[in-house]
Design a protein. Sequence first.
Length: 283
Amino acid sequence: MNIRHQNQPILVLGGHGKTGRRVANRLASRDIPVRIGSRSGAPRFDWENPATWEDVLHGVRAVYLTYYPDLAVPGAVEATRSFAELAVQRGVPRLVLLSGRGEPEAERAEQAVRDTGADLTILRSTWFVQNFSEDYMLDHVLSGEIRLPAGDVPTPFLDADDIADVAVAALTDSRHVGELYELTGPRSLTFAEVAEEIAEATGRDIRYVPVSLEQHAAEAAAHGVPAEIIELLTYLFSEVVDGRNANTTDGVMHALGREPRDFADYARDAAATGVWTRSPVPV
Ligand SMILES: NC(=O)c1ccc[n+]([C@@H]2O[C@H](COP(=O)([O-])OP(=O)(O)OC[C@H]3O[C@@H](n4cnc5c(N)ncnc54)[C@H](OP(=O)(O)O)[C@@H]3O)[C@@H](O)[C@H]2O)c1
């Protein structure tokens, strides 16, 4: 790696988000220059505004490419393809794409990025454990009832710290070029088992209450969840959490040579931060 290359930043799209923040912190701790792709960044980056895409790519050596909110939403494949094409045209050789497991649209996005000819690594991930502490499901945990339309289907939840470790390895080591890592945690848990794990870690009474897709959509709307996110969640719970994606994989071991973190370790560490003991935000 030459000096000029070392001084070029790595662009982290969604660099304030669940995986992007962890990727950016890891790169910075290795003194690797980082540019955060964010709507509050300078230059600004917004998936909804292609005019903002060119400036963030200027002079970067690699991109951690994460779409928001999900590669399954209308327009996501086209936007991802256009952004990746622009990156390659602007001389950015290295792309690491965060993809979603069990989503046909995400696989179309993977192919679209592959077609650009970039030096590509794909991280095809299952659901993140941090959804329960840093995102939508946090309010469920705080309320004491995880009310979701997930039946008793198990999911091999994955820790975003593991994704970040794989992403950083891929962004900094050319041995990962051309790899598709299908990433899961080490155990599949039903949402009832998740509730038990979090209850155990917090000492609080937390339970899973299965609800219908319609009931879930109505309750989410009453809590102010935007309509497009409710539509996405309805899709995810009806298509992705249907048992097809219940098995674990050895993707983390393949990429990093170690096992992924267990949900119990995540639950213990998240409980210690106090995130699950503060009062729910009133709506
Ligand atoms: N969550 C999961 O369990 C999971 C599982 C597998 C795959 N994935 C994939 O991971 C990706 C990220 O999902 P996530 O749920 O984890 O979200 P996240 O990375 O936590 O994303 C939140 C970030 O998205 C950014 N953002 C929002 N709107 C944006 C826009 N219009 N343009 C640019 N950035 C925008 C926000 O940054 P600023 O406010 O700084 O702009 C925010 O920091 C998605 O493609 C999803 O399919 C997620």
